[in-house]
Design a protein around this ligand. Structure first.
Ligand SMILES: [Zn+2]
Length: 213
């Protein structure tokens, strides 16, 4: 698992593929500029080396508590109607209240729709896209978002947003790095960081994105 410490200043994913043991090819952001304020104070070169161990954990996708715990990875489709209703009650007791507030476009949503739209555990902010960003990925193109200009304010030139190719979903979450108080806590100037590693089933690249609270 590699995190592109020097490539993560532009808010996009870091994409690479493994060539052989100990050698990778960086696919994304090799030609972009760093932000003016990068690196931030105390920005680390690398994470501390840690030993890890793998262990299996019980998970029952038909049970409300378990399904909510990994909703962003496996969804809620295995819940029966009665377990879905129970999941709504569990969410009301355990979610941050803001996730249960209806946004303007959600005023007509049922509780079940709100549960499906707003739940994203174990991810901090949102469920990451399952569409591979590798421009050379051989996965089928689903649709294309045309280039457009984003108006910022009257005295600023519009931001040019390039065309974006969206492929069919091929990414699967294989690991999450969460730190609980070591150095990478300071990665973005003091905020807590979650790194998400996804593997593309089509081109084999690894996509690393980050979320923070
Ligand atoms: Zn791919």
């Amino acid at each position: 698992m590699i995190h592109g410490f020097q490539f993560c200043s532009n808010g996009e994913e870091f994409v690479y593929r493994v060539l052989k043991d100990g050698e990778i090819e960086v696919i994304s952001h090799t030609d972009e500029d760093f932000d003016d304020f990068f690196p931030y104070g105390d920005y680390p070169d690398h994470f501390p080396e840690l030993q890890i161990a793998l262990r299996s954990e019980p998970y029952d996708s038909t049970k409300a508590e378990d399904a909510l715990l990994y909703q962003g990875v496996f969804g809620l489709d295995d819940l029966s109607d009665s377990e879905t209703l129970r999941a709504i009650e569990v969410a009301k007791k355990t979610w941050d209240p803001y996730k249960l507030e209806r946004l303007d476009h959600q005023q007509d949503c049922t509780d079940t729709e709100l549960l499906r739209c707003n739940g994203c555990a174990p991810f901090c902010q949102t469920t990451p896209s399952k569409c591979c960003p590798n421009p050379k990925c051989t996965a089928e193109v689903d649709y294309v978002i045309d280039a457009y200009e984003l108006e910022l304010s009257a005295d600023e030139p519009p931001l040019e947003i390039p065309e974006k190719i969206i492929r069919v979903p091929t990414l699967r979450v294989v690991a999450i790095h969460e730190d609980e108080g070591a150095r990478d806590e300071e990665l973005w100037g003091g905020v807590w960081v979650q790194l998400i590693f996804q593997l593309c089933a089509e081109c084999g690249c690894v996509v690393v994105s980050n979320q923070c609270t």
